[in-house]
Design a protein around this ligand. Structure first.
Ligand SMILES: [Zn+2]
Length: 287
């Protein structure tokens, strides 16, 4: 059992290396990801088939993709990174190296919990160098994409309020609010799985996407009901939305702020990450 850090103030890395293998949602291929300790602050990526040194991940590498978050790093793409990055940042890891075998991160069970279990297996240790930090916000920040809105107000701690409003009866309006710590992330957010709608699933399959999607790695709703219950939380969808937001903020670090997001999307989250990046201390030097 790991004793999770009590907050996000200190630098942590893994005590050992660990790996997971699984099917990728979009390509349907099986890929492998290793997580290794790092002395250097940040999240670094290298490829199993290349001797090139690891590249430090940075918000400018994020590519706006409708169904997941992708990174373009050294001319190569790594897709579906958000649940892995959420687990890394959510657990309080500030120094880590990712070694990937292919262009997509395996979906595992559609949540972050299997990555959290991998991190538990590796164990945590104090990192030898300071982590990158976001500077305190001086004033509130509001961003929107259409009717999707995110509002950030300076606060003592990092807290999240998420709201969604879907026309589908099983989801409807949901709100989840939390002061985030690694322990809260592991218990309340990490197990929440991604969700989708049956009509969209069929459409995406026809276009050759979500080849690896099954009823084991996503909650699927047909408009009237969940077709693969039980849910892990009655409000699992909004918790997963916050999981995605946490993943999308992983490359800038968590602000000392309350982040309120209404109908969040990866595009809106990455707009927020770019804005917060302007307030980050050490990134400015290496970008
Ligand atoms: Zn997700």
């Amino acid at each position: 059992m790991v004793n999770w850090p009590s907050n996000y103030d200190d630098p942590w890395t893994l005590a050992g290396s660990v790996s997971r293998t699984g099917v990728c949602l979009h390509s349907g291929q099986v890929t492998e990801v290793h997580l290794c300790p790092s002395r250097k602050p940040g999240i670094h990526l290298s490829w199993m088939d290349s001797k090139d040194p690891p590249i430090t991940l940075h918000p400018s590498q994020v590519r706006d993709t409708p169904l997941c978050t992708s990174l373009e790093v050294g001319g190569r793409r790594l897709s579906m990174v958000e649940h892995l990055l959420a687990a890394i940042a959510g657990c309080g890891i500030t120094h880590v190296q990712i070694v990937a075998s292919g262009g997509e991160v395996p979906l595992l069970d559609g949540s972050s919990i299997e990555w959290v279990e991998a991190i538990e297996e590796a164990g945590l240790q104090h990192a030898p160098t300071l982590a990158k930090k976001t500077l305190p916000l001086e004033k509130p920040l509001v961003l929107n994409r259409g009717s999707s809105v995110v509002a950030v107000t300076p606060a003592e701690k990092f807290s999240l309020v998420g709201l969604i409003d879907f026309p589908y009866r099983p989801i409807g309006k949901q709100m989840f609010s939390v002061i985030l710590t690694p322990e809260v992330f592991v218990k309340e957010i990490a197990p929440a799985r991604t969700f989708g709608f049956l009509d969209q699933v069929e459409e995406l399959r026809e276009t050759g996407l979500i080849r690896g999607g099954t009823l084991d790695n996503a909650l699927v709703c047909d408009g009237e009901k969940w077709i693969n219950p039980p849910l892990r939380f009655a409000d699992e969808p909004i918790r997963h939305k916050l999981l995605d937001l946490i993943g999308d903020l992983a490359l800038v670090g968590f602000p000392k702020a309350q982040v309120l997001v209404y109908r969040g999307s990866h595009g809106l989250h990455s707009d927020l990450a770019s804005e917060l990046h302007k307030h980050s201390s050490n990134f400015a030097k290496d970008s």
